[in-house]
Ligand binder design. Structure first.
Ligand SMILES: [Zn+2]
Length: 344
């Protein structure tokens, strides 16, 4: 258990929340209360777990989906409305998040034989209708939570499979590499969440590297911002440019890497650089092959891996997997060219 590497990861980055606030749309109003109550609850749970884990290994479970309705309060696990194998709900959001989470779980199990976020079949706990018109979704270290959105700028955050896959992948990263959520390792954490958000979305929509839009979060944009997205893996820095959100700050090259301190040292900003690399490799060897390479690499990374050591790690796996016949023979060259294209 790598509890020290848990992140409280929101899909809408802090700098977007700030821009919206300047434009008169406050989606951050509930964050203070949420964070305070989480910190207290998390501290209790971690204390409990560390005393348990000293005695027994984590139990193997069945990766059951449990969907709870927060009923527009800020409570998690308030009312269980659908459990694994249970009847469909009258609430379409409950069913959508149940189905999307099933697709994410199946992807990891069928592709990598990896069960749930921890590979021990941990329950997949999902909270919907969290807060009043709360316009965010997050992974907080052991469960997922979705707000309804304000309906204008963002619609219900539980609608989009890339958002669900992004947040659950933060769980997978937590239990594998445990990438620290700060600076370049944090940008790699965000990058991995976007990679599998995009890969699983491409499968759901039967797309290829060439036909996919490579956008993250385009399906949660409300009527006011229709046509925009949170990020573009194909063209970082071009996902949005409007009066409400400002302009997409993601760099696509090391020359423009963000060196400031906001957003945990630019975790949602500098992820544009590895995102572009993954896009280029996918175009070269196809998305499913690139995903295999990225997942195998993830298992070898350390909490402090930076972009440079990430390059070394991907190249090492590319060589190994190509030699074993799991990837095309020219994968190493494709990977090298992709890293060079962004200045690495
Ligand atoms: Zn994230």
């Amino acid at each position: 258990m790598k509890s020290q590497h848990r992140c409280h990861c929101h899909i809408i980055p802090p700098f977007v929340v700030d821009e919206l606030k300047k434009a008169g749309v406050d989606i951050s109003s509930q964050d203070k209360t949420i964070n305070r109550s989480f910190r207290a609850r998390r501290a209790e749970q971690l204390a409990l777990r560390s005393s348990e884990s000293a005695l027994v290994a984590p139990p193997t479970k069945n990766a059951d989906r449990l969907v709870y309705d927060s009923k527009t309060t800020q409570n998690q696990r308030l009312l269980l409305v659908r459990k694994e194998g249970g009847a469909a709900s009258a609430d379409p959001i409950v069913n959508t998040v149940y189905e999307n989470t099933g697709a994410v779980r199946s992807y990891y199990k069928d592709t990598f034989n990896y069960l749930s976020v921890d590979n021990h079949g941990a329950d997949l706990v999902l909270n919907v209708h969290f807060g009043k018109a709360y316009a965010n979704a997050f992974w907080d270290g052991d469960e997922m939570t979705f707000g309804d959105g304000d309906g204008e700028v963002f619609i219900n955050l539980a609608n989009a499979i890339d958002v669900t896959a992004h947040e659950l992948t933060h769980g997978v990263v937590q239990y594998t590499a445990g990438l620290n959520y700060q600076g370049q390792s944090g940008a790699l954490n965000e990058h991995y969440a976007d990679v599998f958000g995009s890969v699983i979305k491409q499968i759901a929509k039967k797309e290829t590297a060439a036909t996919a839009d490579w956008l993250i979060g385009d399906e949660i944009m409300g009527p006011t911002l229709k046509g925009q997205a949170l990020r573009s893996m194909k063209a970082p820095g071009t996902a949005y440019d409007n009066k409400l959100m400002g302009k997409d700050p993601q760099p696509a090259h090391m020359d423009n890497i963000y060196k400031g301190s906001q957003d945990n040292g630019g975790v949602h900003i500098n992820s544009g650089i590895p995102n572009k690399i993954f896009y280029l490799v996918s175009v070269g060897i196809e998305t499913d092959k690139a995903a295999l390479l990225w997942f195998e690499t993830l298992k070898t990374l350390k909490p402090t891996t930076n972009f440079k050591s990430f390059k070394t790690a991907v190249l090492k796996q590319a060589k190994k997997l190509a030699k074993a016949g799991s990837l095309p023979a020219d994968t190493e060259t494709t990977v090298k060219q992709a890293f060079e294209a962004v200045g690495l």
